[in-house]
Every structure is written in C-alpha cells, then in structure tokens.
Design a binder for this molecule. Sequence first.
Ligand code: GFB
Length: 316
Amino acid sequence: MDRDARIFIAGHRGLVGSALCRVFRQHGYHHLLLRSRQELDLCDQFATRAFFHDENPEVVILAAAKVGGILANSTYSADFIRDNLMIQTNTIDAAYQSGVQKFIFLGSSCIYPKNAPQPMKEASLLTGSLEPSNEAYAIAKIAGLKMCHAYRKQFGWDALSLMPTNLYGPNDNFDLESSHVLPALLRKFHEAKQYGTPTVTLWGTGTPRREFLHVDDLAHATLHLLQIETNPQSTTDDLFNVGSGEELSILELAYLIQEIVGFTGEIHFDTSKPDGTPRKLLDITKLQEMGWKAKISLRAGIESTYEWFLQHPHTF
Ligand code: GFB
C-alpha cells in the first residue's frame, strides 16, 4: 500500500480507531482522514455520501461502531442493531460508490454460533444459533460482512472483513456498566486497592472462557492485510479471524489483573449477572498462514494498559 494513500479511519477516537492511527503513523502512513462523530455522523446517509464525494479516500477502515460489554449489549439491543446497521450500510455503500479501492470491515467473534466447535473457524459462520446476550449486535455485524461479501461478488470490489476476538488497550471504555470485562476489572481492582475495599465483585460465575487481544496487535493485522495483494475476484478469502490463540477463564483473568494491580482482598461473584457464551476462542490459522501473529502477551498488554489507565484519570 502506497504510504501516500488517503486512508479514512472511521471511528478514530475509539479503542480500535486510535490504535489504527498510532500503528499506521508509526509505519509512515501520514495521509489519514479523520472525522469525529460531531464532524461526520455516519448514521446520516447524505452527510456520509458528501464526505466520500468531497474527500475521495482510497482506503477505508470501518472501526466506527456501537460497542459494549455483555450488559450493555443485552440491555440496549435495539440501539446496537440500529446504529451498527446504519453506520455500516451508509459507509460501505458510499465507499463503493465513490471509488474506494480497498475497504476493511471490522466485526467481532460474537458473529459465530454459541455452540460452534472451538477454536472457531471462519467456516462456522451461520451454522447455528447465536448467543442471546449479543444477538442484535452480532446480526448487525453479520449483515455488514455479508454486505461486503456481496459487493465483492457482484462488483469485484476489494472489501475484506476482520473478526477480532475480545480487544483491550489504551482508549478503552472503563465505565463499569457498559464496558467489557478486562477494563472493568482493571478499574474495580484499582479502586478497591485505592480505597481499601476488602472485596471485588465479578459478574457471573467466573467460569466462561475468553480470548483477549491487545488492540495494537489488531492494528498490525489490519496493516498486514492491507499490504498483501489480495485477489478482488476471490469470494472465498474475504473473512479473517484475528486473535491471540490463547484463552483463559474470567476467574483466571481476575487473578492476573489482581496481581498486576496489587489488590490483596477477596473476589466475590454476582451470579445475577449473565455469563454469556461459555467459550469463544478463534481459529487463527488462516491469518497465520498469511504471515501474521499476535506479539503482545496478555500480561505485558494488561501491564501497559494499566499504566495508560493510571495516566488518564479523566477517562474514568
Ligand atoms: O467482556 P464481556 O462484557 O463480554 O464479559 P462478552 C465477558 C465475561 O466476563 C462475562 C464476565 O462472562 C461476564 O459476566 N464479567 C465478570 C464481567 N465481571 C465483569 C464485569 O465487571 N464487567 C463485565 N463487562 N463483564 C461481548 C459481547 O461479550 O464481547 C459483544 O457482548 C462483543 O457483542 C464483545 O462481541 C467482544 O465477551 O461476553
């Protein structure tokens, strides 16, 4: 990919978009087109079309999305399906119509069936029912990747879809109601240590297993795919899992975060809160065979994210 390419990173202030900006700039990609939500509302079809018409990006990475943890997903399912369908439909179509050469759609590992064989291959898509707690979000993401697939098939458009596992890192959401588990536990253990609280309460039973990926590893995977020549005529190679290949239980994650933060009290469980899917490990063979693998260990990633959290107290 040309270092002068005009790259639109949609959602550049979020966890994923900010990592993309960081990593792309490190690699010399300087012509990044960035718009805050106030400057460009991707739910607005006319504003989105006008932006593409005026700015003519060559490459687009769609990292703008309505996202959240298990509770936000199940409580606000209408918001999750509506906003994501609008953002992605407007952006994908406007990008195609304006002549964008390469498009990357970002989804999530929750697109795969709840009971898919583990680790989950790309071929598991649409082979069974989804996990109910995030079905609305998953349906929107499936629609997005299928829309990219259809544009590729009908128009020969070079659109790829990446399905990352549970992400974490700088600029994550640390709000205890709407966040994912990793930032929530960093904050809970940190505040318990700070205020001398004897216990920290985890949601659910602690037994579900999850795979975590530092968001900078996802940004490198995205760059890796953009730098490889892919065949826009191929309709089989347009969906890629992105993960670390390692999983652990939520309780094991809690022990690790507790140690990194230095909390010495007890862990309790609030079993009135949902566990969600029992296991969610991605099969990453496809991307590995193309020469990519994650580099940041979970411990190192949590340590640096905790450092970031301490340096950005205004985020919580
Ligand atoms: O990260 P998380 O919210 O989402 O929760 P999912 C993962 C697991 O951690 C669940 C448990 O079993 C939670 O019950 N958990 C324990 C906690 N303590 C906490 C806590 O304090 N906060 C949170 N949030 N969880 C999401 C999907 O699923 O994963 C999205 O809802 C998306 O659609 C995302 O795909 C990556 O991993 O269950």
